[in-house]
Structure formats: C-alpha cells, structure tokens
Design a protein around this ligand. Sequence first.
Ligand code: C2E
Ligand code: MG
Ligand code: MG
Length: 699
Amino acid sequence: MTTITQAKILVIDDTPANIALLGAALEEDYIIQIATSGAKGLSLAEADPPDLVLLDIMMPDMDGYETCKQFKADPKLREVPIIFVTALQEKQAELQGLTLGAADYLTKPINIDIARLRIHNLLEREFLRREIQLREAEQRLAASVFANTHDGIVITDADNVIIDVNNAFCRITGYQREEVIGKQPSLLKSGRHTVEFYVGLWRGILLNGHWSGEIWNRKKNGDIYVALTSISLVRDEKGDIHHYIGLFADITSLKNHEYDLERVAHYDALTGVPNRVLLADRMSQALAQTKRSRKLMAVCYLDLDGFKIINDQYGHDAGDQLLIEISRRIKDCLRTGDTVARIGGDEFVLILQELNKESECDAILERMLLSVAEPVLIRGNKLGVSASLGFTLFPDDASDAETLMRHADQAMYVAKQSGKNRYHRFDPQLDRITLAHGELIAQIEMGLAQHEFELYFQPKVNMLTGDIIGNEALIRWNHPRRGLLPPMEFLPAINDTDLIIQLGDWVLVHALECQEIWVQQGINITISVNVAPRHLLQDNFVPQLKKHLAKHPTLNPSYLELEILETAALEDIGKVSAVMRECQKLGVSFALDDFGTGYSSLTYLKSLPAQTLKIDQSFIRDMLNDDEDLAIVEAIINLTQIFHRHVIAEGVESIVHGQKLLSLGCEYAQGYGIAKPMPFKEVVGWMEKWNQKYKLMFM
Ligand code: C2E
Ligand code: MG
Ligand code: MG
C-alpha cells in the first residue's frame, strides 16, 4: 500500500499562477500532476487515478461542478476525494460543491499551511478508508473459505476452548456449532492414542508453532474416523498465544482402502497369516533384533504330511478348511513376537525369536507336532495330517535370510525322509564339511548317474506385447538328503573340473529333449542353456553340440541360445569369439549373461558376436533405489542400441521394475515378478495361464 508521502495529487486549474503556487507548495510532500482543464484532468485521472484531486470551480468549457460530477459518475474515480479550490466565497457555492460529493473546500487566496494540513488529513482518512476496505474484503474471503471449505476447521482460544467451528466440522463430527463452543477439542478423543501421542502433539505445536499428522477421533454418534489434521498456533503482536487453528480432513475411507491393500499385499487370503512378502520383512527385522539381543532365533519350515491326499479325496474346500484350522493351531503354539507365514499350498515358515537355548525351540516344535496331528472335524469327517518340520538356528548358522530358509527347507526334507511327523535341525557344520570336500564332487558324479538332476525353466517375456519369447534352462539337484539344491550349492565345486563338461552335456541333451516336446505341441520359442566357460572352451565343444543337434533334425538350431557369463567371455576373448562364430554357423545364438559385472568394454563387445546382453540382476534389483545402478542399466541399454544387440533384464521382481525398464527402452525381461523357475511339467500350464490372463494386460 502506498504511504501518504507517495500520494499522487491531481491539480485541475486553468489559472497558471494558482497552479504554480499550489504545486510548488505541495511538491515537497507529494507527487503533483497538473491539468489546465476539466477534460484534461478527467483523462489524466482515467489513465492513472490520483489519490486526491484539487479542483478549481471557475473554468471555461467545463466548470469544476461539472468536472466533479463526471468524476463521481466514473466507477473507477468515484472514490477519489476532491477538494474544491475557488475564489468564490458564497456559502451557496460551498454547499453546491459539497452536495456534489466534494470532500472539502479551500478558498483563494489559499493559506498554504491550512491547505497542507487539510490535504494531509484528508489523505490520511482516505488511506485509512482504503485499508478498512481491504481488510473487509480479506475478512469476507476468509469467512467464505471458513464456511465453504470441505475441511473441518476448529478455532480455540489461548486456553484451548473452542470459539468457533465451521460447517464442515459439524458435517464430519456430527456436532452442532452450539454444542461444541465453550468445550475443548478433546471431546473428540477416540481413546485410540496414548498419552504420549498427545504430549508429542502439544510439544510440536508449542515448539514449532505447528503439528500435523493423523488423529483417530470419535464422532458424536460414536463412530471412529481418521482425521488428517494440521494444528497451528497463532500469536499476537506481543508474542503471546492468541488462539489455535485446527484444520482436518476425514480420510477414513482412504485409510480403509489403504488397509485393504496392505492386507492383500501382506497377508495370505485364506488363512489370514502373513504371506511371503511380509515374511521377508519380518525376517530381516528378526535378524536385526537377534543380533542386538544376542539370543537365538529359529527359522522353521513346516510342510504338512498327507495334505495332498485330503485335498484329492475330500476336495479343495475341505483342504482349505483344514489349512485354516492348522494355521490357527500353529499360531496358538507360538509366543507373541513369533511369526508364522504361509508361503505355499501346505508350506509354512515360522520365525521363533528370543530363544535362550535350543531346547526352547524343541519344546515349541514338539507342542506344534502334537497339535497339528490332532484330527480335524470337517463336514462330519475326522481328517488327520501331520507336520514335517525343519529348522536352523541363527546365529549358529550365520547365513542370510534366504539361505536360512533354504537350510530350514533342507532340514524339513530330512524330517520327511526320516519318516515324517517329526522335526530335524539343520547342521551347518555338516553342511560345510560336505561342501568343502571332494566328497561333493563324488556325490555329484553319483547324482548324475542316478538321475538326481533336473532342469527347471524360467520364461522370458516381451513386456510390451506380452509375448513369451523363450525359456531358460536352470539346473537343480534333487539331493537325497539335502533336498532341492540350486546350482550355487554345487556348481562352484565342479566349475574347474571336467565334471562340469559332463554335467553341461547332460543339460544340453535334456534341454533339447524338452524343446522337442514343446515344438511338437506347437510351442516355438527359444530355449536358453547356460554354458560354463570350461565347457565352452574345451576343444570338443562344437562337434559335441553338432552331435546333440543332429539327434533332433526337426529342431531349428536358431531356437537354441547359449548363455555365457560376460566375465568368462573376457577371459580368453579370442578363443571364445571363435567358438561363438562356429556355433553361429550352425544357427545357434548367444547371450552374454550377468552383463555389467565384467568390463562391459566397447572394444570387447565389438569382437564378441553375442546377439543379446542380459543385464545382471543385481543392477536391476537395486536400480529403483540406487542411482549408480540405474545409470549402469541405462548405459547397457544404450550400448545395445548402438551395437544393434538385443537386451534383456534378469531379476525383474516387480511390476515397478518392469515399468522402469520399459521406460528405459528395455522390453525383454525375466524374473520372479513374471515367473520363478519351474519344473518342466509346469511350463505349458504356466504359458496357457499367462496367455489367457496376463497377455491381455499388455494389449
Ligand atoms: P543365471 O544364468 O544368471 O540365472 C539367473 C538366476 O537368477 C537363476 O538362479 C534364477 O533362478 C535367478 N533368478 C531369476 N529371476 C530372479 C529374480 O527375479 N530374483 C532373484 N533373486 N533371482 C532370480 P539359479 O537357477 O539359482 O542359477 C544360478 C546360476 O547358476 C545361473 O545364473 C547360472 O549362471 C548358473 N546355472 C544354472 N543352471 C546352469 C546350467 O545348467 N549350467 C551352468 N553351467 N550354469 C548354470
Ligand atoms: Mg543364465
Ligand atoms: Mg544371470
């Protein structure tokens, strides 16, 4: 707002002498504009309204009265105060001027001091009037916001007594304005918060002048609602608390929705116990907690014995009822703080925390075995199952979460093998010994002879079109004692021995056999086989490959892709690229696996005739949180575009990962988010399900 000294005064007078006198006197204090006729004055004012007009009455053409009338008729100028300046002294003239709306009257000869004072007073009044007008407008706006907003507003005085609430407050809480004025907002308390919560809230308000958060409150009718609330403290000029303003929105339905989503994402729909996702969460919390408390923690794997038979005999409904009952019993055997999660049909994982010694775990598991084995009455039938339990104890078994689960699973397998309805503890010592020794190599050799190896398959898809583009063969070992073993448990032991060649040949032969069966069913997609460096680089590799292919004359070799590790390819780049070229003559293609973990160098890449780069899963997994990994992923995708290679991401664990990759220009993907590796017999079923259900999502 302009101050009085910046005020603009328009002087309208046809007599130069008057103007000179007045102008000179006022120029020290104000900005002066001059007009020598009423018409000129009006057009100047129209262009830039003054704060005050000094208007001569006696002027040719248009006199002061007429000019004044026109000012008052103009909505833009109506409010500008006008002081008449004239030699006329008759009361009549003064009366006429004031009737026309003039603010004051000065007579000539002008006494400059009086004129200055009058002008000053008038301007002061004018500025005050404007400020009031502005305040009123602001207040009207505030009042209309207060009345019309959807958010509830409550205003309390310095003692936190309610002095006003708005319509939305009444709508949300169900209280009338009169019912709450004079009361404290605590009448809305739901009892769901602790005293500490309110202490924290008030500390926030008094310390920062502000608090915001979610508060569970109670309506007049007793219903509980969640209010997203912000409370501000307003101080007066002296700094004392003047009042508080609380603003809140009812977000109950939003919360309920969030809660539903959270339940679906974290809990098993059938039994209501945590699912695999929440289990992972609980597991990492439990590990951290156990490290702090220096106590023991047990990870247990529970698999029901005889569940499948019941499912087949009495139907899925009965099976479901049984699972609900069994999970209730398992829960009953646990202490608070322990976790049970359902991770598959009849498989549960338990986390027992805060154990002082192994016998405490034994006691719980023994109770559980008894409880599970009690018959269950379902639709008049007494159904009975039992449980096989395996567990491992952290930190005796100082493994990570995933390995702990696997060890518990292995131990469960032993429990099954040894007659079911029992528990078995995983022995890390034993495991380490068998791993360390040449015994493992002998075991693998024996396992090969006894058909203990199996190929699992993991699909690769085009995320843009939904097309399934291939299957990767991944080896598994059905170990008679340790259960199903992933390659990392046994390949490292033989990677530097010729056994890897023998095993690799077995994989090739079996992969081609599987492919043949699929092709006969009309499924024509690429099959990928991982080839160990030692296997690829032995002199006999290409002739052997030819021999294997020759056994399947109907198979098109261009549907066979070999995956070799980027790091391995770099070891002997000359030889590797020579072998690759020879294989390519047969029509076989190549992918560089775990790409990004080696040099990823341009010169190397140029000389390696691999059609596809597979971005290593470690970068994919972390790219959403780690900018460096994201940069690597982007760089690899760009590299493939420059070199005209295909690119596929492995380890795509979620839709968000997939979306990110699509936005970066990578369409091909493989990962748990699409499918986990599965046994041969499940592949076709999965493909059908994918094509029916998921492909639609991409179209
Ligand atoms: P790879 O070729 O890079 O295979 C990908 C590995 O990541 C597989 O583990 C697969 O199960 C796992 N994986 C796939 N998607 C995801 C995901 O979304 N999240 C996570 N966390 N993991 C995922 P697997 O089957 O244990 O194989 C490990 C490695 O063993 C393979 O890595 C490959 O280098 C080697 N391997 C597997 N089968 C064979 C084989 O027949 N011959 C040879 N020489 N090596 C093999
Ligand atoms: Mg691979
Ligand atoms: Mg890989």
